[in-house]
Design a protein around this ligand. Structure first.
Ligand code: BES
Ligand code: ZN
Ligand code: MN
Length: 498
């Protein structure tokens, strides 16, 4: 897809479809010449439906014959109430635009009311627009061609600085390309997307973007002393891999950001096996790893002055005669021992050793771990925000702010000392699940905190609820969302400015 920016001039539009974003109840405020192309049909409609313009509400008008050289359709698309527009809604608005009314048009022009500052929002608009076109159904036999009406160009119409708009749009395109790649791999079934497949995915990203990569085998992971990580892989026929990728953009005096992603290619729960309902969903338990690897690709393309290391443990969590059992005690790289009370709390196990490894080896200034860690995050927040936990507070605030500006929401949960008490084990240093009900996301975070040095800024993103869309909606297709790729990229950029 190509994205351009131009001043609004109805005669100069060369697209098939013009989309005008409208505020709720304020639809008549259209740019010059638009209504005329429909012989007044738009204004007649808005007279009857004055409140038109709710978020994601759209209507298509046909351009009267011979009125315009290229335009065939004009679409009004609701932005909701002016004072309620947040970055997340703008991104989803753009996704809804490309996902709905515009289907079939190869070229589009998009006009947004002046209050939506195009120079500040072009990136978000392009990311959203591109994500709305994403097609997860490519594995349906014979349907490949059906869904492939490709949007070839998007023109953003604006009165603002075109150079700035173009820059934002270009960055948005770079992110979008990787976002598609991330969503593809998260959607892949676990019989295709094995730990080994993820290694290939990571190697491809590294090779294409000239990133350093190391791949440790299961034997190496064991030999290095990462026994907590290795314990998760014991039940699987597939080998575990631990991938470490590096971007060196800042030189030796620059800060280092570590991204640590949970890469469970299928989570059956292990011996503490999950109920069958919705278990197929657990192929997405590597969404954290995929987003971290994707972030490395975008960071390599945008070249911020910072060093970034990405570490992803990749394995399945399956039951077998060789699998870890409830009550097993394992020891990790930090020297700490863990009593595995529940083999289904495997994400924190693989992450604990990955966290220790990156700290020992790279002494990062900041760590962000990304994981589909707890169903409790869905209970707490529904599908509308990722949970964030960590410290110090100013770092958490920065991640939240960056995320919100990227159209990805976070809600902070606490790490009170009491949650640590819930993780006491009578036999080992820590238990992998809480002894009492409640606070599942918090105890997950608290477990990870045990493996993060007190002085390191650290954020844990529990993306359980946000990485996966359960149903087809106005702005998203069922399946992987790509969240929190944009947050990770923009965080690396903003930390590089410090
Ligand atoms: N991968 C799951 C969490 C999950 C749940 C992801 C739903 C996506 C959708 C994780 O490994 C898990 O099983 N967590 C347990 C933790 C519990 C045993 C403490 C959970 O949430 O039940
Ligand atoms: Zn899991
Ligand atoms: Mn699990």
């Amino acid at each position: 897809m190509k994205v351009t920016a131009s001043k609004f001039d109805i005669a100069k539009i060369s697209a098939e479809c013009l989309v005008c974003g409208v505020w709720e109840g304020d639809g008549r405020n259209l740019p010059k010449g638009v209504d005329g192309l429909t012989d007044g049909a738009i204004l007649r409609f808005l007279k009857k439906k004055e409140k038109f313009g709710k978020l994601y509400e759209g209507i298509v008008f046909t351009v009267s014959p011979k009125k315009h050289k290229t335009l065939e359709k004009i679409v009004l698309f609701g932005l909701g109430k002016k004072e309620k527009l947040e970055p997340v809604y703008l991104r989803q608005f753009a996704a809804a635009v490309s996902k709905s009314q515009t289907k079939g048009a190869k070229s589009l022009s998009l006009y947004l009311p002046k209050e939506v500052k195009a120079s500040e929002n072009a990136e978000l608009v392009v990311v959203g627009f591109s994500s709305g076109i994403f097609d997860p159904g490519h594995r349906k036999t014979g349907e490949e061609s059906k869904s492939k009406v490709k949007v070839e160009s998007l023109e953003i119409l604006t009165e603002e600085d075109l150079k700035k708009v173009k820059e934002g749009a270009e960055k948005g395109l770079i992110i979008s390309e990787t976002m598609d790649r991330v969503r593809e791999v998260v959607n892949l079934p676990a019989n295709v997307c094995t730990p080994e497949y993820m290694v290939k995915f990571a190697k491809k990203i590294a090779a294409e973007n000239k990133l350093k990569i190391e791949v440790f085998s299961e034997k190496q992971v064991n030999d290095m002393g990462m026994g907590i990580m290795a314990s998760v892989a014991k039940g699987s026929e597939e080998d575990l891999y631990f991938v470490v990728m590096r971007y060196l953009g800042g030189g030796s005096s620059a800060k280092t950001l570590a991204l640590v992603g949970k890469g469970i290619t299928f989570d059956s729960g292990g011996i503490s096996i999950k109920p069958g309902d919705n278990m197929e969903w657990m192929k997405m338990d590597m969404a954290g790893a995929a987003a971290c690897l994707g972030a490395m690709e975008v960071i390599a393309k945008l070249k911020p002055k910072i060093n970034v290391v990405c570490a992803v443990p990749l394995t399945e969590n399956l039951p077998s005669g060789k699998a870890s059992k409830p009550g097993d005690v394992v020891k990790g790289l930090s020297g700490k021992t863990v009593e595995i009370i529940n083999t289904d709390a495997e994400g924190r196990l693989v992450l604990s050793d990955a966290l220790t490894y990156v700290q020992n080896k790279f002494k990062p200034d900041y760590i962000v771990d990304v994981a589909t860690l707890t169903g409790a995050a869905i209970v707490a927040l529904g599908n509308w925000a990722s949970a964030i936990l960590g410290r110090p507070q100013n770092f958490i605030d920065e991640v939240i702010k960056t995320g919100v500006e990227s159209g990805e929401r976070y809600w902070q949960l606490p790490l009170y000392a009491e949650y640590r008490d819930q993780l006491k084990s009578y036999i080992a240093d820590i238990a992998n699940v809480s002894s009492v009900r409640g606070g599942g996301t918090e105890t997950g975070g608290k477990f990870l905190e045990e493996f993060v040095g007190k002085k390191t800024a650290w954020a844990h993103l529990d993306i359980c609820a946000t990485a996966w869309e359960e149903q087809e909606g106005p702005y998203a297709s069922k399946g992987a969302t790509g969240i929190p790729l944009v947050t990770l990229v923009n965080l690396a950029l903003s930390l590089s400015q410090k």
